[in-house]
Design a binder for this molecule. Structure first.
Ligand SMILES: *[C@@H]1O[C@H](CO)[C@@H](O)[C@H](O)[C@H]1NC(C)=O
Ligand SMILES: *[C@@H]1O[C@H](CO)[C@@H](O)[C@H](O)[C@H]1NC(C)=O
Ligand SMILES: *[C@@H]1O[C@H](CO)[C@@H](O)[C@H](O)[C@H]1NC(C)=O
Ligand SMILES: *[C@@H]1O[C@H](CO)[C@@H](O)[C@H](O)[C@H]1NC(C)=O
Ligand SMILES: *[C@@H]1O[C@H](CO)[C@@H](O)[C@H](O)[C@H]1NC(C)=O
Ligand SMILES: *[C@@H]1O[C@H](CO)[C@@H](O)[C@H](O)[C@H]1NC(C)=O
Ligand SMILES: *[C@@H]1O[C@H](CO)[C@@H](O)[C@H](O)[C@H]1NC(C)=O
Length: 728
């Protein structure tokens, strides 16, 4: 069984996955399934009675009422029900059904970050418009008492708002949090921290002097501090079910949110009609609402990106110029430098380092001991221990031993930052070796783990190791991720129900915590998309997306990878995005043609889109590349000369009279020709089309060739990456 979750870089979720994947699936017991039926029918009738009668047909004589868990009937059509495989098969064949798929548990995946992005506190805002914007956050709920959501100074709830405050037990809304609903637990209250963190990053108030125990001190704020928030709790500490995610979309769209932020992602990409985020965001797009989603935390391996639908804005996570380091002072006076977000101070107290083996019990092998999976109190209590993996930090929640500090060996690249539940840090392999030789050199090794310090990282921004990478296996013509944003060491508001390290043994509670993940990158872009919306109320979701992508700042790729598969168009760049010059717009009709060309049959496309004869021609896969996407990507066969023509149309949103000239970043192994090379506009909203022909000779398999196209009028630079993937 696949599993989705919050996309924070968090090891405990990965542990939970392995447990679930061992689930026995051999018996035909009823399991929760989603029966997706596409758009709402034009004629009003009780959808729920229809859902029940469909169920009744596959339940023969038995009562089907109890198996219906939820009806989707506000923004799209379908239901969630407990079904056996046999019933599932029967339902899949029934008229009106697009797809039937199992409920999956999806993993949930800032002081400095906004200034780093170029959206300073003093930025131009339109308060009256911004305060009418509602951001819908589908997540683990929200902590309503957080300062980020105080409603002081907020006017009446926007007139167009159609949602409710149905937050459940002990939950009240205000003029900042104007909507709340929950699909798990007993209330919309956030018991995990994730939802509070993402909501405050998107639209939290300004808060001066926010920090985690003095670390990362500064003004905390969201991208649109004046906007309102509607919280849809589809996730708890275990993860988020597809059925709940779809309920949240069904409600958020009908409630009238303007932007949807979902920091969730599955482990693998699913076909669009079986992916709750693709389905929900499609119906949102059809109503003019852009959905922003994190890329996932499956990196740095290729093709780990989880949701690749073109109507979603998919965000990778990158670093900012503020980094945390942590030092350990050894008894011999030497200092080793590693990383962690450690706010504990030992005030000069040197603590004895426990020598291995930590477990004296016979079942505790040296190997298990070295990863700290069995700790003997008599050996480790009151001492610092060394653990070979990050899991060592989790150990203290369930093991018997009580070490006073932990030093982890980190085998990955870059640094491993995490809020520690006790004095601890991660050392690279080479620093860890130095530590070991010191321990070998003395009978009583001692060390002091210092409080973390902040340093400036001049390499930023670079894409984080954990951020999921392309290429997009499902639709190679759509380059994913789309864009990159800060997702490393982000300070934002937190739930008071958990400690800032999320470890049970940590007894602190903190108003703010610092976390990393594409979950943190996503709300930066949701906030900027909402900000953009306040300048262009009439723009389609695709227009907002295009403005953000074509104005993104180029980024550096690490040596051994294709940068575009890590950061897409580059780092989000809010101010130029307000005035992009040209946009690549995409209509609902264009997406429908793409689905047709991908081979979705007429009947399915008709159900999904509520349009008759949606697919007028036979599917033609080679037309998918002509979707008016603000990036150009395609797969070509190895050792075969190729000529690929992409067609695109841009809309002038800059100056009335303007002339744009095309420039192509040269790549010696491909030829790129743009026709025409000059586009002259005489009016606003005027559209002009052009073609980009990319040709190349026999290229070896697994090579990836990149270039970019920039349209410039001297003021606006409208940039699109070009990525040719030579693949079988
Ligand atoms: C819509 O679905 C909800 C939740 O399942 C249900 O309570 C309600 O009666 C349904 N409404 C209609 C009109 O079918
Ligand atoms: C409601 O929740 C808050 C925060 O956890 C808590 O302080 C308060 O006591 C709760 N109130 C009731 C009536 O349970
Ligand atoms: C800022 O926060 C820190 C740590 O929470 C506190 O010690 C300090 O007094 C605060 N400063 C101001 C000006 O409020
Ligand atoms: C270090 O000093 C601070 C401030 O005096 C105190 O809060 C903390 O408990 C001390 N830590 C230890 C390990 O003694
Ligand atoms: C420390 O000593 C152990 C054996 O006592 C040895 O295996 C290890 O390689 C030594 N480590 C270093 C870094 O010298
Ligand atoms: C598919 O589209 C391509 C590009 O426009 C065209 O050359 C080709 O003839 C079409 N194929 C079919 C089967 O219509
Ligand atoms: C744009 O050009 C047209 C005709 O060339 C002219 O009438 C119009 O005034 C120009 N608009 C601006 C804003 O310069």
């Amino acid at each position: 069984m696949a599993r989705y979750s919050f996309i924070v870089f968090c090891v405990s979720f990965i542990l939970a996955c392995t447990r679930l994947s061992k689930c026995d699936t051999s018996h035909d017991n009823p399991k929760l399934h989603i029966v997706y039926m596409g758009s709402l029918p034009k004629t009003q009738y009780s959808l729920t009675s229809n859902h029940l009668s469909m169920l009744q047909q596959v339940f023969n004589d038995n009562d089907a009422t109890n198996s219906l868990i939820h009806s989707y009937n506000r923004s799209f059509n379908g239901f969630a029900a407990m079904l056996t495989n046999q019933q599932k098969e029967k339902l899949s064949q029934m008229e009106g059904v697009v797809s039937v798929f199992p409920n999956r548990i999806i993993q949930l995946q800032t002081t400095r970050s906004w200034d780093f992005l170029g959206l300073p506190k003093s930025v131009k805002r339109s308060p009256s418009i911004e305060s009418d914007v509602v951001v819908g956050v589908i997540d683990s709920g929200i902590w309503p008492e957080s300062d980020s959501f105080n409603d002081q100074g907020f006017g009446p709830i926007p007139k167009n708002w159609k949602g409710v405050c149905a937050g459940g037990t002990n939950f009240t809304c205000n003029k900042k949090i104007i909507g709340a609903r929950y699909y798990t637990d007993k209330s919309a209250r956030d018991l995990d921290g994730h939802g509070t963190h993402t909501a405050s990053t998107t639209a939290g108030n300004y808060i001066d002097n926010a920090s985690l125990d003095g670390l990362a001190q500064g003004t905390a704020r969201g991208g649109v501090p004046l906007a309102r928030i509607a919280a849809y709790k589809a996730c708890n500490e275990v993860g988020c079910g597809s059925a709940a995610i779809l309920s949240a979309f069904d409600d958020a769209i009908a409630d009238g949110v303007n932007i949807i932020s979902v920091s969730l992602g599955g482990p693998t990409e699913q076909p669009f009609d079986q992916d709750p985020i693709a389905i929900g965001s499609f119906h949102a797009m059809a109503r003019g609402i852009l959905t922003v989603n994190g890329a996932g935390n499956g990196g740095p391996r290729p093709s780990t990106i989880s949701c690749v639908a073109p109507w979603i804005l998919t965000v990778g996570a990158s670093t900012i110029d503020r980094r945390f380091i942590d030092k350990v002072l050894l008894g011999n006076g030497k200092t080793l430098t590693g990383s962690s977000i450690n706010s504990f101070t030992l005030n000069g107290t040197q603590i004895l380092i426990a020598k291995k083996n930590y477990g004296s019990k016979s079942e505790c092998s040296e190997q298990r001991s070295s990863v700290c999976s069995c700790l003997d109190s008599s050996v480790v209590d009151g001492k610092i221990i060394l653990c070979d993996t990050f899991d060592g930090i989790d150990v203290i929640d369930y093991d018997q031993g009580h070490p006073i500090g932990i030093i982890i060996q980190y085998h990955g690249k870059g640094s491993l930052d995490f809020v520690t539940p006790l004095p601890s840090l991660a050392l690279s392999e080479s620093e860890f070796k130095l530590l070991n030789s010191y321990i070998n050199s003395t009978d009583n090794p001692t060390a002091e783990i210092l409080k973390s310090e902040i340093v400036t990282d001049n390499n930023a921004p670079i894409v984080a190791d954990f951020s999921s990478r392309g290429p997009n296996k499902l639709v190679p013509e759509i380059l994913k991720p789309d864009i990159s944003a800060p997702g490393v060491d982000i300070l934002a508001s937190f739930s008071q129900a958990v400690s800032p390290s999320r470890k049970k043994s940590d007894k602190r509670s903190a108003k703010y915590s610092i976390i990393s993940g594409t979950s943190m990158a996503c709300p930066h872009v949701s906030g900027i998309a909402a900000y953009l919306k306040t300048f262009h109320l009439d723009w389609s979701p695709a227009a907002i997306k295009s403005a953000l992508m074509t104005s993104a700042k180029p980024m550096k790729a690490s040596k051994d990878e294709i940068g575009e598969y890590a950061y897409g168009s580059g780092q989000v760049n809010p101010i130029p995005a307000i005035d992009p010059g040209l946009i690549y717009d995409i209509s609902l009709e264009d997406y429908i043609q793409m689905l047709c060309n991908l081979g979705y049959d007429n009947e399915k496309v008709k159900l999904i889109t509520a349009k008759n004869n949606a697919c007028s021609d036979a599917p033609n896969r080679s037309l998918v590349k002509n979707l008016n996407y603000p990036a150009l990507a395609i797969d070509v066969k190895p050792m075969t000369p190729f000529t690929i023509e992409f067609s695109r149309t841009v809309t002038n949103v800059g100056l009335e009279n303007s002339t744009y000239k095309a420039t192509v970043l040269p790549n010696p192994r491909i030829k790129v020709v743009v026709v025409p090379e000059i586009l002259s506009f005489k009016s606003l909203h005027e559209k002009q089309s052009f073609s980009v022909t990319v040709s190349g000779d026999k290229l070896p398999t697994s090579s990836v060739l990149t270039s970019s196209l920039v349209w410039s009028d001297g003021t606006h630079n409208v940039r699109s990456p070009i990525v040719i993937n030579v693949s079988n």
